[in-house]
Design a protein. Structure first.
Length: 94
């Protein structure tokens, strides 16, 4: 039943936003990618926070934020790795 609730939420979202869409002209598409990480930024759970954001012609088209237990270097590497995976998917869509 939990999956059905998620499906209903998605369908409601799609219905509410059916008139909202991205429009790009025939010009050059500019994809910007930013990723970052902070080491153990939360004192309570002692986890690193990583994330990335993709902008296509200035509009956000993908983003992700996540926590993991790693060193500073590993947290930065994971953020860059996750962004690279998303970049491959994004490249196939453009």
């Amino acid at each position: 039943m939990a999956h059905w609730g998620a499906v209903k939420s998605i369908l409601k979202y799609l219905k509410r936003t059916k008139d909202i869409f991205l429009i790009y002209d025939d010009g050059e598409l500019i994809l910007e990618v930013y990723s970052d990480a902070s080491f153990q930024s939360d004192d309570e759970d002692v986890k690193s926070q990583s994330g990335f954001i993709f902008k296509l012609n200035g509009g956000v088209v993908a983003r992700k934020s996540f926590k993991q237990v790693d060193s500073t270097t590993e947290a930065e590497h994971i953020a860059a790795s996750e962004a690279a995976k998303e970049a491959v998917l994004m490249k196939n869509c453009i």
